[in-house]
Write a protein that binds this ligand. Sequence first.
Ligand code: SF4
Ligand code: SF4
Length: 411
Amino acid sequence: MTDKREAVKKLFTAKSSRVETNKGDVYYQRLYAQCKKRIEALKTLEPFGNKLELQDLLSEEGVDRRDFMKWVSATTAMLMLPSFFEPLVAEAAEVMNRVPVIWIELQDCAGNSEAFIRSDGPKVDEIILEIISLEFQETLMAAAGHQAEAQLHDAVETFKGKYLLFVEGSIPTAMNGFYGTIGPSGETFEEHLTRLSKDAAAIVAVGSCATFGGVPAAAPNPTGAKGVMDIVKGKPIINIPACPANPANMVGVILHYVLTGQIPELDSLLRPKFAFGYRIHDNCERRAHFDAGEFVEEWGDEGAKNNFCLYKMGCKGPMTFNNCSIVRYNEGVNWPIGVGRGCIGCSEPDFWDKYAYERPMADANIKAPTGGVEKTVDEFGLGVLTATAVGIGIHAAASALAGKKSDEGEK
Ligand code: SF4
Ligand code: SF4
C-alpha cells in the first residue's frame, strides 16, 4: 500500500502540464517589437462600429486608473507574458474596437452571451467586452428578421477576412441538420456556420456546446450535436470551453489577437494554454486537504463545514483543465469549489456523460477521455489520466483509513 500511495502522491504532485512560461529574452524582445508595431498600426485605424472609448467607459463605471493597471498586470500574467508587456497590454485594450467580431448563436441556452454581458458592477473584463467592435450579435442587437439578415450580410462583406467569428452553441447534424435552422431561407445551423466561417480570420468556439457538443451532445444525442471543430476545416479555431466560458478567457483571446495578430498557443483540444494549461486540482484552495487525506464524506458533515476536499463527493478537478480556480466567476467573487460543490469537468469533452455525477472518478465504471488527448492534455496524457482515476481512489481510501486509525488512536 505504501508503494502505491507513494506512486499516487508522485502523480498528484507532478506538474500536470509543461506549459512553457519562459521562452527566453530573445523570444520576448522579438515578440515585443512585433506587438508594438501592430498596436501602432491599429491606432491609425478608425474604430469600426463601436466608437466607445475605453477610458470614458472606465470612468463612467467608476474604475480608476489604478484599478485598470491592476487588471492590466493580472491579464499580462494570465497571458503568460513578462511584466514589461504591461504598457502594451494597456494600449491593446484601448484599441480592441479595431478588430471586428461577429457572434452567432446555434443550439444553445445563451449562457455564454449572458456571462459576456453581465453588467452588475462590471469588472474591467466586462467593460473591455463592451468596447469590442461587436458587429453582429443576435441576442443583443435591436434588429430582427430581414433587418438582422441584412446587418449580418453587411458585416461579413465589410470585414471579409478580418473578423473573428464567435460561435456559441452546438451544431445539430441529425435529420440533415433540420433540428436547427435560421433565417427566411431555412439555412441549417451547419450551413450557416460553414458560410460565415469562410471569410473569418479565425473562429472562436465559446462554451462547452460550441467546443465539444456540450449538453446537447449528451447521450443519446438525439440531434447529432457536434462542436465547431468537427464541422469547420481549414481555418484557425480556438476553443474556450466551460459552461459558461469565463469572460476573462474571452477577453484574453481577443486581447491576444489584438496584441499579436495571432491566435494564442493551443493544446491538442485547441484550448489556449494560458487558460487551460493547468488542472483545477493544481491550483485548488482545498488541495492541502486532499494531500492530507481530509475529505467531505457526505453533504453537510464536519468535513464540509471545514472546507475539506470534495473528491469523494465527485469532484473532477483532478481530470479537468481550466483556470477557474484562479480567475473564478461572478466578477472573481467565487467559484464552484469555493462554495462547496465539486467540479463537474465542464471544460472537458463529453463532460455531461463522463464527469457530471456525484461519484469519484475511481468508483465510476467509465474510462478517462479518449481520442485527441496527447499530453497535458498534452504532457499529462491518457495513460496518466486513467492511472490517476484509479490511483486517486487508492489514495483517498488509504488517506481515509490513515485518518480513521489516527482518530481511533486519539480515542
Ligand atoms: S476539491 Fe477537487 S480540485 Fe480541489 S483538491 Fe479536492 S479533488 Fe482536487
Ligand atoms: S470548477 Fe469545473 S465544473 Fe465548475 S466551472 Fe470550473 S471547470 Fe467547470
